[in-house]
Design a protein around this ligand. Structure first.
Ligand SMILES: [Zn+2]
Length: 70
């Protein structure tokens, strides 16, 4: 998997493996669940957290209180 596009499903949980650095994304729809290598994850992050934020359950109040949350 050299490139990756986030599916149109909210992210429930993100887990980083301390041992190998792989990242597991759990989606609301579990069929989208994916384990990715650190390099792939970095690319996803580099695309911007603004994209991520669209898919994540972050209470609007929290973002308003602390824009540095991301
Ligand atoms: Zn691991």
């Amino acid at each position: 998997m050299s490139s990756y596009s986030l599916p149109n499903s909210p992210i429930k949980d993100i887990k980083h493996c301390q041992k190998c650095g792989r990242v597991t994304l759990h989606f609301l729809n579990p069929k989208h669940d994916v384990i990715m290598q650190p390099e792939v994850w970095e690319k996803v992050v580099r695309k911007g957290f603004n994209i991520m934020r669209r898919y994540m359950y972050i209470p609007k109040e929290l973002l308003d209180q602390d824009p540095k949350f991301f």
